[in-house]
Design a binder for this molecule. Structure first.
Ligand code: ATP
Ligand code: NCN
Length: 196
């Protein structure tokens, strides 16, 4: 049985925080692999300054290429939008009926809005969630604080990096290069992304 952590995200663009999280999960948990699932359209996000799926995928591919246990996934590209995670999970269990044990990975900010996700109870009935610490506003709902399926990742480096910050500061002409895997910076710079 291969244990796979599904790390869903918009990755607009993938940043060093995402990569550190994915790597931390495979190195310090019993997961065999982490799949970075690039979401075409997150239910809670607008399309403003959202790069094309294929470009976001390409940056995740290049960022994870040197890491054997980290894989990009295009599984949501042909699913209906906005992409509800419960729908993707149902599709994955049909596509991989045997040999895979899936769980979810998310940042703490996402756990704070998890009670608003479509059929979140169904997700929790069937999957465990690894929650990576992140400084963010809001509170974790009481029901998730000591839930048997929700595991907070301890002893992990907390990173105040976000794709929003990177897009914004890059547009203002600031140097945000150290916050991105080098391949991502190169691709983004060559393609002139997020400049206007
Ligand atoms: N610095 C971080 N620390 C912990 N979790 C993070 C961090 N950055 C992103 N995540 C988590 O990674 C997943 C995908 O994040 P996403 O692609 O939305 O990145 P983001 O930086 O939050 O983007 P944006 O600023 O555009 O909202 C989410 O579960 C999010 O909580
Ligand atoms: O299924 C839902 O209702 C749902 C609501 C909000 C977010 N998600 C998923 O969570 C992932 C991270 O979301 P975001 O908005 O932080 O990029 C992304 O893959 C979304 O599809 C899913």
């Amino acid at each position: 049985m291969k244990k796979v952590g599904l790390y869903f995200g918009t990755f607009n663009p993938i940043h060093s925080g995402h990569l550190i999280i994915g790597n931390h999960m495979v190195e310090f948990s019993d997961l065999d692999e982490v799949w970075f699932v690039i979401t075409p359209q997150s239910p809670f996000k607008t399309k403003k300054s959202l790069l094309d799926n294929q470009h976001r995928y390409q940056m995740v591919l290049e960022a994870t290429e040197a890491y054997d246990k980290l894989k990009p996934s295009r599984i949501e590209f042909n699913l209906p939008q906005p992409n509800y995670t419960v729908t993707t999970l149902a599709y994955l269990s049909e596509k991989y009926p045997n040999g895979y044990d899936f769980s979810l990975i998310m940042g703490e900010d996402n756990l704070k809005s998890f009670h608003k996700w479509k059929n979140y109870e169904v997700i929790l009935e069937n999957y465990s969630i690894h929650v990576y610490p992140r400084i963010s506003d809001g509170k974790i709902a009481h029901q998730f604080l000591s839930h048997p399926k929700i595991f907070r990742v301890d002893d992990a480096p907390i990173m105040e990096i976000s794709s929003t910050f990177i897009r914004k500061k890059h547009k203002e002409g600031k140097n945000i290069k150290p916050m991105l895997p080098p391949e991502v910076w190169k691709y983004m710079d060559e393609m002139n992304f997020y400049r206007n």
